[in-house]
Design a protein around this ligand. Structure first.
Ligand SMILES: [Cu+2]
Length: 485
């Protein structure tokens, strides 16, 4: 859950480079042993990544320069240059994704992960993507939002035959316009997207662009959702609306890394939505502008300040802001059910229900019986009750003042004066200046008055309404009677 420190990240990147070197060396050796060099070099060695750490930006070593992105809890796919063409190798395959510590899901993805690695290219690049299908069924890849020849659009049956299990297909086109795009199958979509097959594609502008400003930090977050029963591993693919895991890059809070930035950095966050519902993305403490959609950068005159931007299904929204307020600022989906994990669903409302005596009776029959939600659901975050193996807690995550009581689509933008430039490591909790944290009033507190007695059982004795308030309680059945008039 914590961001790997910069040295570890650098080491991982070096390892990846070494792996690439090794891969090409092995290719060379085999070729020398008699296999056709052309055949061996035809397919780039696939790079696999299984760590859930946020990998550092992949600084381009070949091709046109650009300012790389960081995909939270994910990574960017390395490429090789071949005769001026950027070659990538995507492998569609079943993967195990740790969605949060203590909870692993059996998903489908690309190159060891769900979501697949982010693909980064530059406007005008000629790109060749080899797609190997290691799934038990056919697939295809659709390059959402791209300008390309119709036959490269990846719609099974319509623009190409499906890629059969075990086969490799080649997609090739020029990245014609800069922007943020997504990729996902257009074959048995309901299954393959419910299982986690999706990824980001960023086409950087070549040189200065009138509508794309340079930024100091550039993050990618893919919104995805799963329905995995507590105690099980595999998503239910028939679910249309009632998902119980709302995730970013197939991670749920507290398994989502924070977005760590330096004070006064210009920050861009690209949010793609491949779930079945919209997500109003809300940032605390700053105002942002929507500077781009999957249709491209927005005209400057069309931008206005927001603190929440709705990202509809199949959309990408690119937001930008100046991180000029220090602190740990929440950034989350504003649908409160989307900041809950599996245990937060299908629970009756019990606020104000007096369980006195009831629990005792039930305990005689069911020794482990526990009352949930008598005073609201916040208790659930703290309760260390036994849950089925491999189940994400409903809401957790510790802040410096206690439980954050959040799960799902939640993280923080951490803004620090002393965060080094280009350093993405977690600075820890914000050290608030003295006198700037909400505090308890210590004077005399008057007795609170209430308009009626509803929920009185949930109040502490001192809050109970005074006797002189007249309380009218409607008897059960009174409604039914009144309808007969
Ligand atoms: Cu949401």
């Amino acid at each position: 859950m914590k961001v790997t420190d910069q040295r570890q990240l650098a080491a991982a990147a070096a390892q990846r480079r070494d792996f690439l070197k090794f891969a090409s060396m092995t290719g060379g050796m085999v070729a020398a042993a008699g296999v056709s060099r052309v055949a061996m070099s035809a397919l780039p060695e696939p790079v696999i990544q299984t760590s859930t750490d946020t990998m550092p930006p992949l600084v381009p070593e070949t091709g046109r320069p650009y300012n790389p992105v960081v995909t939270l809890n994910s990574w960017t796919l390395p490429w090789r240059m071949k005769n001026g063409v950027k070659e990538f190798h995507l492998v569609a395959e079943p993967v195990v994704r740790e969605m949060t510590p203590g909870f692993k899901a059996h998903l489908w993805g690309y190159n060891g992960q769900s979501p697949g690695p982010t693909i980064e290219v530059v406007e005008g690049d000629r790109v060749r993507i080899f797609v190997t299908n290691r799934l038990p069924e056919h697939t295809s890849v659709h390059w959402h939002g791209q300008r390309l020849p119709n036959g490269m659009d990846g719609v099974t049956g319509l623009t190409q035959p499906a890629i059969p299990a075990g086969k490799t297909f080649v997609y090739e086109f020029m990245a014609r316009r800069p922007g943020t795009f997504m990729y996902h199958p257009h074959a048995d979509e309901m299954t393959q997207m419910a299982m986690g097959m999706m990824g980001f594609w960023v086409t950087h502008p070549k040189g200065k662009h009138p509508l794309i400003d340079p930024v100091d930090r550039d993050f990618c977050i893919m919104l995805n959702a799963y329905d995995i029963d507590p105690g099980s591993y595999t998503p239910k693919i028939m679910t249309m609306l009632d998902f119980n895991l709302w995730s970013w890059n197939s991670r749920i809070f507290p398994g989502i890394d924070s977005l760590n930035v330096r004070h006064n950095d210009r920050v861009r966050i690209r949010v793609g939505n491949l779930t079945m519902t919209n997500h109003p993305m809300h940032l605390h403490g700053h105002e942002f502008e929507v500077t781009g959609t999957d249709g491209g950068p927005t005209p400057k005159g069309s931008r206005w300040p927001e603190v929440t931007a709705d990202v509809a299904v199949g959309q990408m929204r690119q937001i930008e802001f100046l991180a000029d307020e220090e602190g740990d600022w929440a950034f989350h989906c504003h649908k409160s059910h989307h900041t809950m994990n599996a245990m937060g669903h299908d629970v009756p409302t019990l606020i104000g229900v007096d369980h006195t005596g009831l629990t005792k009776k039930i305990t005689q029959l069911i020794p482990d019986y526990m009352v949930m939600g008598e005073r609201g659901m916040a208790d659930m975050a703290e309760m260390d009750m036994p849950i089925p193996e491999n189940t994400a807690r409903m809401m957790t995550g510790e802040g410096q003042f206690g439980s954050v009581e959040m799960g799902g689509m939640f993280s923080m933008v951490k803004v620090r004066k002393n965060q080094p430039r280009g350093d993405y490591s977690d600075p820890g909790f914000y050290d608030h200046p003295k006198g700037t944290v909400a505090y308890e009033f210590e004077g005399e507190v008057p007795v609170a008055s209430r308009s009626n007695d509803a929920g009185a059982s949930a109040m502490s004795p001192v809050q109970k309404p005074s006797k002189d308030i007249e309380v009218k309680v409607r008897k059960p059945g009174a409604d039914a009677g009144s309808h007969e008039h």
